[in-house]
Design a protein around this ligand. Structure first.
Ligand SMILES: Cc1cc2nc3c(=O)[nH]c(=O)nc-3n(C[C@H](O)[C@H](O)[C@H](O)COP(=O)(O)OP(=O)(O)OC[C@H]3O[C@@H](n4cnc5c(N)ncnc54)[C@H](O)[C@@H]3O)c2cc1C
Length: 314
């Protein structure tokens, strides 16, 4: 027998947890499923400076914990490290099989599965993942105390995380494919003036090399085509994100980049199925925009549940 909920939220990032706060406050029986610990990308962010309500910077991990605690305070059940082994989101009752052993169902589902770091797709990357190549400075930065490391990328994440990594590393060399950063001017300036940070412009990684662990990185200057081998103790890759649309692939149309188009109220072409946060096609992907999406999705789902189903037994 499947356990019945009013709303099931997939993804415990800012969008999913905000949806859970609103849904559970509206007395909907709410379940949040996450394959990891709650917080989404926020928990991998060392500090957040632009989330309103925090005049001082807030640690990403602290903000993530606060989002989750608030959802649980209102009664949402937040399930961590759970694997969705089967799902059917097409009908009026949406079902999930969890860890191949239990079933849950609800008339309304909010998919807020966000995005994951993009791979470079160059030779040696999969071999050295977690053995010299990392995609999360907050998670792995401390392993590089006193080391000479490289960062690939030039957007906000790459530059912010390079600054963060200077706390540990002896030197941080940023490799960027263009001749200027895409990051916001203030942090770009900070990085350019930082004594531990050096930048190699117009260059892209071509191969990761090493015997046991990673110890060399081959880069190519995209203008001169010159190839150089750099000694490295570790490489952090921040070149953008890939939407995590697996649950809705084949059910909802995706745009050419794999994002899901929704209506303004986060609804999709499947009644009762909502998509919120970074997974949606939209221009700006931030915590505030994810939180806004989660709010709207929960309010829309609340109305849908009320109109389509008596409130489930608690
Ligand atoms: C390094 C970094 C720094 C950032 N800094 C800032 C900042 O300073 N300010 C700001 O506003 N924004 C920042 N962002 C962006 C911000 O974190 C994201 O826009 C926001 O987290 C998106 O929220 P979300 O809930 O849509 O998705 P996510 O945060 O991606 O959360 C999605 C959740 O879904 C889970 N999930 C995915 N697939 C499944 C599945 N199949 N089953 C179960 N669970 C699943 C994941 O485990 C994850 O917990 C930063 C992002 C990064 C990576």
């Amino acid at each position: 027998m499947a356990e019945k909920y009013d709303v099931i939220v997939v993804g415990a990032g800012p969008a999913g947890l905000t949806a859970a706060i609103y849904a559970s406050r509206a007395r909907l029986k709410t379940l949040v499923l996450d394959e990891s610990v709650p917080g989404g990308q926020v928990k991998t962010t060392h500090k957040v400076s632009n989330y309103p309500g925090f005049p001082e910077d807030v640690k990403g991990t602290d903000l993530a914990k606060a989002f989750s605690a608030q959802a649980e305070r209102f009664g949402a059940k937040v399930r961590r490290a759970v694997e969705i082994t089967k799902h059917d989101l097409s009908g009026p009752v949406k079902r999930f099989e969890l860890d191949e052993e239990e079933e849950v169902e609800a008339p309304a589902v909010i998919v807020a599965t966000g995005a994951k770091p993009r791979d470079l797709g160059v030779a040696g990357e999969s071999r050295f993942k977690g053995r010299g190549i990392s995609y999360c400075a907050t998670c792995d930065g401390a392993y590089f105390e006193g080391k000479d490391i490289h960062v690939v990328g030039g957007g906000n994440s790459a530059v912010e995380e390079s600054l963060f990594l200077t706390q540990f590393a002896r030197s941080v060399t940023i490799i960027h494919q263009f001749d200027h950063f895409q990051a916001e001017a203030a942090i770009a300036e900070e990085a350019l003036h930082h004594p531990k940070i050096k930048v190699i412009w117009d260059s892209e990684p071509r191969e990761f090399l090493g015997e046991k662990g990673l110890d060399k990185l081959k880069i190519e200057n995209v203008k001169t085509k010159e190839v150089t081998e750099l000694a490295t103790d570790g490489v952090f890759v921040f070149i953008g994100y890939v939407p995590r649309a697996d649950l809705v692939k084949g059910l909802l149309p995706l745009n050419p980049w794999g994002y899901v188009e929704t209506q303004e109220d986060m609804s999709t072409q499947v009644p009762g199925l909502y998509v919120a946060g970074d997974l949606r096609q939209k221009k700006f992907r931030q915590i505030t925009t994810a939180v806004a999406d989660g709010t709207i999705a929960a309010l829309a789902a609340q109305k849908y549940v009320k109109d389509h189903k008596p409130v489930a037994a608690r």
